[in-house]
Ligand binder design. Structure first.
Ligand SMILES: [Zn+2]
Length: 428
């Protein structure tokens, strides 16, 4: 169905830096047909949505998530990392069923759709359940089964992960893409990383991995292998395939030689990095080196909230703090990271609105007091808006949030079920 949105402002995030005010977007399931001013729009549409105060922009792409961990939101919060993982997260994960993971992914998806996220990169387990949830919600996803080398001596799980990738890649009308997910160098020894790298190369798969996230990880890798996690991954052959590096907080100038020519890039998770006390990703260093940088939330168990508007604010705040200058990182840099940056890391042609591109976009209600007046619409979107301002979400030409209502599943039933499961999981 051909649909037309007439709004107060369109920010297409194109290379020309256009902003159309007022603006019109026309799309269908095959992609965007028109972006520009309403007068020049030739297309006739079957449905027209008019929102004179609406701000329309590409949907946000969450480059690093463990969606099903939404079920653990707030569990044993503020505990030291290792205690939190070993006493709380891992024992509970051992008891999660595929049904729990399906439900947790739906819960996270309700939150993500409501806050303007159109797609996410996910690493978890029972990924068939995650993929089924993504099919249902209408979102896009890049899914990787998390691999822990220490628990996979025979490579059986790696083989399962490859089979998962082959079974689901391109499904749901291409909304589903798959990757391999070696968890991190402290859970996957170098020989195992090399096996994953080999499998990725021979099957043409991308890789999603946590690297250089914490001081502890840096110290451990230095002690065990006299290498940084980036060098370790490089030497194992990981970067010979497209790689999504989650976090990258401790990447140094010395690491750049290992990252030279990398396909993919780094996904910054500033709220998680701040909350766990890890530090600040060196954005200027990566930018200078031409390495794409995107934005992600990490799982709700550590980040508590999947609102990418909060991530954009936090990214801007910490980069300004780190650079000791307000212009060290601008509102547009944050919006770029959350749209085109993540798309570049994933090798996805979305994150920008132009004819022929995927019809993935969101509309905010720009008429609210905290978004008024409008001196600078990008500053309003990044510094003043929150996910709660999102009224419409369109993914692959389908309206998933229609004037504030989720159209693809019953979010209240999902929330009610999640409360029930939480009570059971707390007891089990
Ligand atoms: Zn993570």
């Amino acid at each position: 169905m051909r649909t037309r949105f007439d709004v107060g402002c369109v920010i297409p995030m194109n290379d020309e830096g256009d902003i159309f005010r007022p603006g019109t977007v026309v799309f269908d399931e095959t992609g965007i047909q028109y972006v520009g001013s309403p007068e020049a729009c030739p297309a006739v549409a079957e449905r027209t949505v008019a929102m004179p105060q609406g701000i329309l922009l590409p949907g946000l792409l969450n480059g690093h998530n463990h969606a099903a961990m939404a079920l653990m939101r707030g569990m044993a919060d503020d505990s030291p990392l290792f205690e939190w993982l070993s006493h709380h997260v891992w024992p509970l994960e051992a008891r999660l069923t595929p049904d729990d993971i399906y439900l947790g992914t739906l819960l996270a998806s309700a939150e993500m759709i409501r806050s303007g996220t159109v797609g996410f990169a996910d690493m978890y387990f029972a990924m068939d359940a995650v993929a089924a949830a993504v099919e249902k919600t209408g979102m896009r996803a890049w899914l990787a089964r998390g691999l822990v080398g220490n628990e996979d001596p025979t490579g059986e799980k790696l083989a399962e992960a490859v089979a998962f990738c082959q079974a689901w890649a391109g499904k749901a009308n291409g909304r589903l893409q798959t990757m391999l997910g070696p968890h991190a160098p402290y859970t996957c020894p170098p020989e195992y990383l090399a096996r994953v790298a080999e499998a990725a190369k021979s099957h043409g798969l991308g890789i999603h991995i946590h690297l250089s996230e914490s001081r502890d990880e840096m110290d451990q890798m230095a002690t065990l292998y006299q290498k940084t996690p980036i060098q370790l991954a490089h030497d194992a052959g990981i970067f010979e395939s497209r790689t999504l590096i989650a976090h990258g907080v401790y990447i140094t100038a010395d690491d750049l030689r290992w990252l030279e020519g990398i396909q993919g890039g780094v996904i910054s998770c500033p709220v998680s990095n701040a909350k766990l006390g890890n530090g600040i990703m060196p954005y200027p260093l990566l930018k200078e080196a031409g390495i794409p940088v995107g934005l992600g939330s990490d799982g709700a168990a550590s980040t508590n909230n999947l609102d990418m508007f909060l991530e954009m604010k936090m990214m801007a705040w910490v980069q300004k703090l780190s650079g000791h200058r307000p212009d060290a990182f601008r509102a547009m840099d944050a919006l770029w990271a959350a749209t085109r940056g993540t798309a570049q890391v994933l090798g996805y042609d979305g994150g920008v609105l132009a004819p022929g591109r995927p019809s993935d976009f969101i509309v905010l209600d720009g008429g609210r007091p905290h978004l008024t007046p409008e001196w600078d619409v990008v500053a309003n979107v990044v510094y003043a808006a929150s996910g709660a301002d999102v009224r419409y979400v369109v993914v692959d030409g389908r309206i998933l949030l229609d004037d504030g209502l989720i159209t693809t599943f019953d979010e209240e039933a999902v929330a009610a079920e999640a409360r029930k499961r939480q009570a059971l999981l707390a007891k089990r």
